[in-house]
Design a protein around this ligand. Structure first.
Ligand SMILES: [Zn+2]
Length: 168
């Protein structure tokens, strides 16, 4: 039990995650390019993307990552904007958690553990960096669909981002 809790301890603050995501965007040379070119980032990290056709066993899986083989798996049936967030989330696991686990599977309705929260924060910072997001939000007067089009994400992802940044 104590081992389990330790393994799932939160390791990064929001500020640290923001700094790490910004650094990654700069290193890959894609800062201020939107929608964020996630494939370039994934290749920079030495990983490849494979889409999978969900079957009965995997239809609840949105994405996964195999660190040993350095492959990120993405559900082929999901809408492109949903896939964007999933890919960014998996990049979060690659960047933040690859020392802790050999594989990671993300279920649609999976528990929101500290690691999942960290990966979500990382994804949001990659796709919708805070300062840029604030500016875009003001430009479009907080219209989620219009803001979402800038970043290639779902309106729902924009609403969550705006909530966290206390813009709503
Ligand atoms: Zn995850």
């Amino acid at each position: 039990m104590s081992v389990q809790i330790q393994a799932e301890e939160q390791r990064y603050s929001r500020q640290q995650i923001r700094d790490l995501a910004t650094e990654l965007l700069i290193n890959v040379g894609v800062r201020e390019q939107f929608p964020t070119p996630l494939e370039e980032i994934i290749h920079y990290l030495g990983y490849t993307i494979e889409e999978f056709e969900p079957d009965d066993d995997t239809d609840r899986v949105s994405g996964a990552v195999n660190h040993r083989q350095q492959i990120i798996y993405i559900n082929h049936q999901d809408a492109p904007r949903r896939q964007m967030f999933t890919l960014a989330h998996e990049i979060g696991h690659v960047f933040l958690h690859r020392e802790q686990e050999a594989n990671h599977i993300d279920y649609r309705d999976g528990a929101m553990t500290p690691r999942e929260q960290e990966a979500n924060h990382f994804a949001a910072e990659l796709l919708m960096p805070e300062n840029h997001f604030r500016h875009t939000w003001m430009t479009w007067e907080g219209e989620p669909e219009l803001v979402a089009a800038t970043y290639g994400v779902s309106a729902e992802a924009v609403r969550v981002r705006a909530d966290i940044l206390k813009l709503t």
